[in-house]
Design a binder for this molecule. Structure first.
Ligand code: C2O
Ligand code: CU
Ligand code: CU
Length: 425
């Protein structure tokens, strides 16, 4: 409910059943429902109260991925709610418009709980005037696409224990918004898609099968400086990307969103728009949406924290260590920018991709392997994916105090201890 500048929500983690395939009900988890969760809509400046309820038969936590809030309400592995417990948290929203999400974080059961269906979206709105010119009517011209891969057994049940992989559980079937057979109908006009990769481990390269270009407008923490015209978008686990697609340019009434392997992720059916088929994205491409820059000072600053991601399977580590809830790995002062270097260390086996995420902050990417990052990496990010051997420099500032996690967002890596803690004071 909303009352002036206050808003309150109840989020209940619960078990349910989902009929992914007709006639077969599978056990699933959801927030306020059987699978996935509601879209929590917040405004910058708002005072938010959330009543968190655990109706599962196991411990869980409620983590707000990408929200810049104090550590004690961020929902890390130490903020456990036992079965039947509830608690109320409150915080003030103090960050720009963005698409964020929430998910459980109990150690070491994050991967399983997300896989079973616990994931919800958070939209933050603000007073960005140019952004008001973008499509923003939920379910009309602004749609979430939560992309997840899962495997079903012969009885069409989701059974995490059977398919669990220590290097990241992947599935044969890609679901969109919890549907194994997603079908969307859009009007032939400019449509905004907010893509969340809520898969345990899978990286996607998404494009349309007619090769059309689209505008990439936002990444994890908010808008890019201006729309970036691309024909493909890569997303690693937990990353968000918003795109604007001008469906008026499609010939015919069908187009598919596909993965790099050509597999159809989302078949799209198109109907004529009452707005006619005027080229709607031309006025959008030059829109200025944000003003994010790495300052000369930030460029000069010395690296003060080094993070080395290494290993595979059960042997994953950060800086040679595994997660220990009783150990603080880093300290940083609130409101003070530090330069972190993240390295994905190659090993004799070659290594593998890791996806680095920090709680409670939106960082800026200063360089990737010593070079200026691509435009799509120049917005605020809370997650960055690294190929074996890659090194990135990021500028990190926390606006609140508390203890925060940083970890690989391949969820089985995180559960296997590829996680550290930073104390911000
Ligand atoms: Cu999506 Cu610890 O985070
Ligand atoms: Cu997070
Ligand atoms: Cu990893």
């Amino acid at each position: 409910s909303v009352n002036g500048n206050n808003v309150s929500y109840t989020i209940t983690a619960q078990q349910g059943k989902t009929e992914f395939y007709p006639g077969h009900k599978s056990n699933t988890f959801g927030y306020n429902g059987n699978l996935l969760g509601p879209v929590v809509k917040l405004k910058n400046g708002q005072h938010v109260t959330i009543n968190l309820v655990n109706h599962l038969n196991e411990d869980t936590t409620f983590h707000f991925h990408g929200l810049e809030i104090p550590g004690d309400v961020d929902g890390g592995p130490e903020q456990v709610l036992k079965p039947g417990e509830e608690k109320t948290i409150s915080f003030k929203v103090n960050q720009e418009a963005a698409t964020l999400w929430f998910h459980p974080h109990p150690s070491p059961h994050t991967a399983e709980q997300v896989y079973k269906g616990l994931a919800g979206l958070i939209y933050i709105e603000d007073n960005n005037n140019n952004a008001k010119k973008l499509p923003h009517e939920y379910g009309v011209n602004d749609f979430p696409l939560i992309i997840q891969d899962k495997s079903f057994d012969s009885n069409k049940q989701l059974d995490y224990k059977k398919v669990k992989n220590d290097d990241g559980t992947t599935g044969h079937t890609v679901l969109v918004n919890g549907k194994v057979d997603p079908k969307f109908t859009f009007k032939k006009e400019l449509v905004r898609l907010r893509i969340l990769d809520a898969s345990n481990a899978r990286v996607y390269k998404l494009k349309f099968d007619n090769g059309m270009k689209f505008e990439h407008i936002a990444s994890d923490g908010g808008y890019l400086n201006k729309p970036d015209k691309v024909s493909e978008i890569q997303t690693a686990p937990s990353e968000r990307n918003e795109i604007l697609v001008d469906f008026s340019k499609v010939k015919g009434n069908k187009v598919n969103l596909i993965n790099e392997d050509g597999k159809v992720i989302l078949p799209i059916h198109l109907i004529n728009s009452n707005k006619g088929t005027k080229k709607s994205d031309d006025k959008i491409s030059n829109l200025s949406l944000n003003n994010i820059h790495v300052s000369p000072k930030e460029k000069e600053m010395k690296i003060t924290k080094k993070v080395v991601l290494a290993g595979m399977g059960k042997d994953v580590t950060i800086n040679g260590k595994k997660f220990d809830k009783n150990r603080i790995d880093f300290n940083q002062k609130v409101n003070k920018t530090e330069i972190w270097e993240i390295e994905n260390k190659k090993d004799a086996m070659g290594g593998m991709e890791h996806t680095f995420h920090i709680h409670g902050t939106q960082f800026k990417v200063i360089s990737v392997d010593g070079k200026t990052p691509l435009e799509e990496m120049q917005g605020y990010k809370d997650t960055i994916s690294l190929e074996p051997g890659q090194k990135v420099k990021i500028a990190v500032k926390f606006n609140h105090k508390g203890i925060y996690m940083y970890h690989c967002h391949t969820l089985e890596h995180e559960d296997n201890g590829m996680m550290g803690q930073i104390k911000v004071s």
